[in-house]
Design a protein around this ligand. Structure first.
Ligand SMILES: [Zn+2]
Length: 393
């Protein structure tokens, strides 16, 4: 593979505080970066840049790490635009519409599921996402959960078995039998295709005891734990995430001081999904309270057809800044390095030498423009493992 030198970088965000201005974002101005063999080989002042086979002139624009979207439900069929419209008309979000998507997903062919996922994946890439996590959870039977994960695996190694998303209608009178199925035959079919085990532990979803049962079974099958928790109420999700030393607990809208202390002590990332609050018209999580307590915060889209049909990480950054009062720097860090930590990856989410060369050239002079100009297509070029994945004309 040939090497590439990018010069003329007006602002290079490395997300490595030991580089550049030693801030959270590790910013270098008038910088250059060398990609070699799929990795970042060198960063530094443009005047000192070494030679390379290819040359790209950033012409004063900003270069940032690619976004790490650590929470999506990208494989599904159908949409729920009518439900969204009704909700915007005043009806509350209860999570009950998930079965609508389950019915459509079970009825879809592999090709239909793949095509839908590919279209959303392309949208995500075009908005600067270079790593994406994808969950199952719209099959809720052995065959469909496995089919979803087979499709997801074609797009990312960061796949999550979420058989415990909701109890499907056919098990409404026997929840215990569904939990047994998830922990037995369904887990056996899905574990070889998954890196992670996840449970929707919340009001109207799975109880503390059910959550512990499913997480324990997943861990026993070699999967790493993560959780949906504390979205709809003050549930036990955050405490269970700490108990299992989960990589992340996701949503975190309703947390007590004890929950936050438990997350900080156990090193669990709090992944915030403000697209869900935006799309359901509900209260945003208190991101500043988490940061002040020393909890690592990640931002992700939660892309799903019910509560957040959003693929754009720049939009999530804008929401985090405007609605959750993160600084633009904190939001960008959470959308890159924070996401990497939520996936326990140290090779992505930053641009120090040795990192995977997943980077984004913005059509803007600085990262602040991501929140400052919401809705504008600021992603000009994307490199994935050092290879051009997108170039806007
Ligand atoms: Zn989710």
């Amino acid at each position: 593979m040939s090497s590439t030198l990018i010069t003329g970088i007006g602002e290079l965000v490395t997300c490595d505080a030991s580089l550049g201005d030693e801030s959270l974002l590790g910013v270098l101005h008038d910088a250059a970066l060398v990609i070699d063999d799929g990795r970042v080989a060198w960063v530094g002042p443009a005047a000192q840049a070494p030679a390379a086979d290819e040359h790209v002139d950033a012409a004063g624009r900003a270069v940032i790490p690619g976004f790490v979207d650590s929470h999506t439900h990208l494989v599904f069929a159908g949409d729920r635009a009518a439900e969204f419209a009704a909700r915007m008309g005043g009806e509350p979000y209860t999570g009950g519409g998930i079965m609508t998507t389950v019915a459509a997903t079970r009825a879809a062919s592999d090709e239909q599921l793949r095509a839908g996922c590919a279209a959303r994946f392309a949208e995500a890439t075009a908005s600067g996402t270079t790593t994406i996590e994808i969950k199952s959870g719209y099959g809720l039977d052995v065959a469909t959960e496995r089919r979803i994960l087979e499709v997801a695996r074609e797009f990312t190694p960061e796949t999550t078995f979420l058989g415990a998303h909701v109890v499907p209608a056919e098990f409404a009178d026997d929840r215990a039998a569904y939990v047994d199925l998830v922990c037995g035959e369904m887990l056996a079919a899905c574990a070889p295709l998954s890196r992670w085990i996840d449970v929707f532990c919340d009001t109207g979803a799975f109880s503390a005891e059910e959550t512990r049962t499913v997480l324990s079974a997943g861990v026993g099958a070699g999967l790493l734990p993560r959780l949906h928790g504390n979205q709809l109420g003050h549930g036990p999700g955050a405490q269970i995430a700490a108990e299992f030393e989960a990589a992340s607990v996701d949503h975190c809208t309703h947390l007590t001081d004890d929950d936050i202390t438990a997350l900080a002590d156990a090193g669990v990332v709090a992944t915030l999904l403000p697209g869900a609050e935006f799309s359901t018209g509900s209260e945003y999580p208190d991101a500043r309270r988490l940061l002040d307590a020393g909890v690592t915060v990640a931002l992700a889209t939660d892309c799903n057809p019910g509560s957040a049909y959003i693929t754009s990480m720049p939009l999530i950054i804008a929401l985090a800044v405007r609605e959750m009062h993160l600084t633009p720097a904190q939001a960008l860090y959470a959308a890159t390095c924070g996401g990497a930590k939520a996936l326990r990856r140290d090779d992505i989410g930053h641009l120090a030498p040795g990192a995977r060369a997943d980077l984004v050239l913005l059509d803007a002079p600085s990262h602040e423009h991501l929140a400052y100009r919401p809705g504008s297509p600021l992603v000009r070029q994307v490199w994935l493992g050092g290879l051009p994945a997108l170039q806007q004309q």
